[in-house]
Design a protein around this ligand. Structure first.
Ligand code: SF4
Length: 192
């Protein structure tokens, strides 16, 4: 159990617990406010994220930032963003189950330190791990599930929205639903 972010980050940055360590340029630990009430969890780093060491910095990240701005959220101010795996899977393939099984421990440590009230799963990989193994983003996006006192909601991964722009209006609805939920259950997100 970690007491401090510094200790957690130091240990995580040295992690070689799965084969993804061998091919990474940078481990992508996470970004944001460590006292955030709202946490976003994506799948894993892509090329740009691996090169820069920050989650969601490519075209998908720019789209995510637009949605965040639309509901007055900011990755450097009032939320925290992390991924299911901290190192880039080669050729942008899905993370393997074994890699997810190992890396989820880092996410658990992050979640324990943050104590979020809401976790938004960006895409199928995180929603199927954190909400339910049969989660279908196209059918269940935008619905909040209470799990152990944390509200979980799944929505489209920004990269999927770039491939299928038809889903953008539904994604926007999800973010508006998120804003409403934040005003109901969070105490300081919109004061930060
Ligand atoms: S993906 Fe996760 S478990 Fe694998 S080496 Fe990176 S930090 Fe460690």
């Amino acid at each position: 159990m970690y007491e401090s972010w510094e200790q957690l980050k130091n240990d995580c940055l040295k992690c070689t617990a799965c084969p993804l360590a061998e091919t990474r340029n940078n481990l992508v630990f996470g970004v944001g406010n460590e006292n955030a009430e709202v946490m976003f969890v994506g799948e894993g780093p892509g090329y740009n994220e691996d090169m820069q060491g920050e989650p969601f910095v490519g075209r998908g990240g720019q789209l995510l930032d637009k949605y965040l701005t639309y509901i007055d959220l900011d990755r450097h101010k009032n939320i925290y963003i992390a991924n299911m795996v901290k190192c880039r899977p080669p050729e942008n393939r899905d993370p393997k189950d074994a890699e997810l099984d190992v890396c989820i421990e880092w996410l658990r440590h992050q979640t324990r330190l943050i104590h979020p009230k809401i976790i938004v799963c960006l895409g199928r990989i995180s929603a199927q791990r954190l909400i339910s193994k049969d989660f279908r983003v196209t059918k269940e996006h935008g619905v909040f599930y209470d799990k152990g006192g944390i509200l979980f909601m799944g929505t489209f991964h920004p990269a999927a929205l770039l491939r299928n722009p038809n889903n953008k209006p539904e994604a926007l609805e999800d973010f508006l639903a998120l804003k409403k939920k934040i005003t109901e259950v969070c105490s300081h997100t919109y004061d930060l």
